[in-house]
Design a binder for this molecule. Structure first.
Ligand code: PLP
Length: 351
């Protein structure tokens, strides 16, 4: 046995559980979109692949400038990262000293406790309400002098629920100005309710509000790893300092730019998914399932103790869902045919 000293606290680190890929089964487990890359995006990637002997642009400047133009903010207010998961970790590293607290709802995105502990900060989880939404009053009450960072995932992964403008404004008004609130909007493009605010409304005017977005979901680039943050200059400056050099690779930068060129086409695909979301949720409600209102590209089934059995049953019907043991199952909206296969499985389970 070797005795190499590693960080003792890593033993207590929760593992990130990725959605499973089972050959021959339909994967509705990772909130990916079902469509492969558009021909224009695939072409751009193929062209860029001829130069992968070169390092990527370290600051991804073409992409930063493009995003700055899209949102009409200075480039000093945008940071790109190797997926927005990576940016979540950068926020912790940039803002927290050991023992500082990072606050988030629970259940929410499973990366939050992991990146918090990796960053030597202390996770503070505030339970969702009984209707599976953020309890912003309880989160406010949980802020202490050690709190440096609050993640608000909107819409929330894995429940799909979203906080509205009025309650979010009240919350942000009450959060101390030296606590940074990160609005994680990975599913922004699937939001159809105008009362769910675009986080940029807040990030433009409030120095302690940041917005996180990703190319992994609506833009279909989960395999390439690129996301971005919009925040105040001084926050972005700090977040960039803890960036792992060259971690946003060249193909990801090119593909993100090509995807912005094809934005209309990609957003049209999101509209199809939104239509399917309504159809799937309505069908599940008809079958007697509880399904919270969702504004993302997935549904949440709070099945409690039946969760594991449900996931196994779905797998027997060749559908992979994402179970959270003892809590519920998250099911991504796929193509119409995939969703029909899932609904068949759900029908057989409730019967
Ligand atoms: C999927 C997801 C992300 C995006 O992660 P990437 O690292 O950009 O792929 C970020 N936040 C939440 C809540 C997500 O569900």
């Amino acid at each position: 046995m070797s005795a190499i000293p590693t960080r003792a606290d890593l033993a207590a680190l929760p593992a990130y559980v990725p959605g499973r890929t089972v050959p021959g089964a339909i994967k509705l487990a990772s909130n990916e979109v079902p469509g492969g890359p558009l021909p224009s995006v695939a072409d751009a990637i193929a062209k860029a692949s001829g130069e992968i002997n070169r390092y990527p642009d370290m600051g991804a400047w073409a992409l930063v400038e493009r995003l700055a133009g899209e949102f009409d903010v200075p480039t000093s207010r945008i940071a790109v990262g190797c997926g927005s998961v990576s940016l979540c970790q950068q926020f912790v590293q940039a803002l927290c000293a050991p023992g500082d607290e990072v606050l988030f709802a629970w259940r929410s995105f499973e990366a939050y406790p992991i990146v918090t502990q990796v960053g030597n900060a202390t996770p503070v989880r505030v339970p969702l309400t009984s209707s599976h939404t953020h309890d912003l009053d309880a989160m406010l009450a949980a802020i202490t002098p050690r709190t440096r960072l609050v993640f608000v995932c909107n819409p929330n992964n894995p429940t799909g629920t979203a906080v509205r403008r009025a309650e979010l404004t009240r919350f942000l008004d009450a959060v101390p100005s030296d606590v940074v609130v990160v609005l994680d909007e990975a599913y922004r493009e699937f939001v159809t309710d105008p009362e769910v605010p675009d986080g940029l409304e807040f990030a433009r005017t409030r120095p302690n509000v940041a917005v996180l977005r990703t190319f992994s979901k609506a833009y279909g680039l989960a395999g390439l790893r690129v996301g971005y943050a919009v925040a105040a200059d001084e926050v972005i400056e700090a977040v960039r300092k803890v960036y792992v050099a060259f971690s946003v690779n060249a193909l990801a930068q090119t593909a993100a730019l090509a995807s912005l060129d094809a934005k209309d086409e990609l957003l049209a695909r999101c509209a199809d998914i939104v239509a399917e979301r309504t159809r799937v949720r309505d069908a599940l409600l008809d079958l007697g399932y509880e399904v919270p209102e969702t504004l993302a590209n997935f549904v949440w089934l709070p099945l409690g103790e039946r969760t594991t059995a449900f996931a196994e049953h779905a797998l027997a019907h060749k559908v992979v869902v994402r179970p959270f043991t003892g809590e519920g199952a998250r099911v991504t909206i796929g193509t119409r045919e995939e969703n029909d296969t899932f609904l068949e499985a759900a029908r057989a389970f409730s019967a």
